[in-house]
Design a protein around this ligand. Sequence first.
Ligand SMILES: Nc1nc2c(c(=O)[nH]1)N[C@H]1C(S)=C(S)[C@@H](COP(=O)(O)O)O[C@H]1N2
Ligand SMILES: [Mo]
Length: 430
Amino acid sequence: MPSRVQRLAERLQPPGPFRRSFWRSPIRGPWLTAVFGSVLLVGVIAMFLTGLLSYAAYNPDLPENDLTSDKGLLGFYLFPWPTDPVWLYRFTQGLHVLMGLALIPVLLAKLWSVIPKLFDWPPALSPAQALERLSLLLLVGGAVFQFVTGVANIQLWYVFPGDFYSLHFYGAWVFMAAFVVHVVLRLGRMVSALRSRSLRQELRTDTAATQPEPPDPDDLVSPAPAAATISRRGVIGLVGAGSLTLVLLSFGQSIGGPLRRLALLAPRGQVIGDGPNDFQVNKTAAEAGVTAAQAGSGWRLELGGGPAPQLLSRDDLLAMPQHTARLPIACVEGWSTPNQAWTGVRLRDLAGLSGVPEPATVLVESLQEGGAFSVTSLRRNQILDPDALLALRVNGAELSLDHGFPARVIVPANPGVHNTKWVKQMTFKA
Ligand SMILES: Nc1nc2c(c(=O)[nH]1)N[C@H]1C(S)=C(S)[C@@H](COP(=O)(O)O)O[C@H]1N2
Ligand SMILES: [Mo]
């Protein structure tokens, strides 16, 4: 029996989408919502964890590395990012971006499945309901915000009012707070809805045999269902095909090499550089404002932090013991290159030469003027790793100017952004 308050509320409903009978899809109901919800439950947790890892990988506690203005307590979990296995960041960040893309159709389907709730009228009948709807605002707004900023960033569409890192970082925490509240409130209902129908049975049911779910307390099921024009199987298939298409047209950018050509949704050029230097470039020398003249014979590496600063020419560096390491470049934007053979001087040898053989950090500065990534810090474990290099050559050839000639940093498992190109100065600190 509807209560008097409910009956009154119904009479006060404005017309159109605010009336429950406006929404007539016969497949909308708790089971379908729970199917998409369960995929999002797992997916969002995985996104959050890989996102947290990416923040840790930036070593934001070191000078110049924190791209958020003030992490405060939100950095409680930070740990020194390891250098082993070398593909670690390639894997976690490739996964973060690919999963995010795959979840877009699922999120849209989930929102479609609950859209009548958006128009609930009156907006709230009790303080508890008002609070819940407010949390939904943060939930839906937070999800849309995270997906939009993430996709814009991997499409190099830097339109944010502020910088991507701060927005995506704080956005994640706001979204997760609302997500936890939502899961606590709805998990039980999700589980019982999933149990209410057999997935296997649904996957065998065609459009003609598709019937509405029984009326539910959440009022997702239409009170006036139309005839089915698509089965639940059809909608699940459509969403799955959408996710698969996004992944198929994107994963090539994370695998690199010849498969990169499949990454039609990736924004970067397919072929950059020639011969041994023909692998992905983030920012060309021209874009960074670095000229061949700056990188020419007058270039000197300034080693600081020790008793006396030192200036080394490229020939001085080439005269030091050379080491080759096979390492990838993996960008926060999800693209990466397969291992390339980098050759140069070990960072730990440079630390020794500078007079700081046991460094805690090194501050690396680029020839590039300004730019968020022209000054970064590396941690002790990254300096002392035997495969951490100031690279002078790649794949048996001189570095190209676009890949950082005369010298660039390359450290195993390091986020691409901290593999500074066109290095000018390194300051080791004990
Ligand atoms: N000086 C400087 N170094 C830089 C960058 C930059 O813009 N300026 N971009 C970084 C980023 S974001 C990435 S992913 C890698 C890419 O290296 P690559 O262009 O050789 O592939 O370089 C890093 N080093
Ligand atoms: Mo990057």
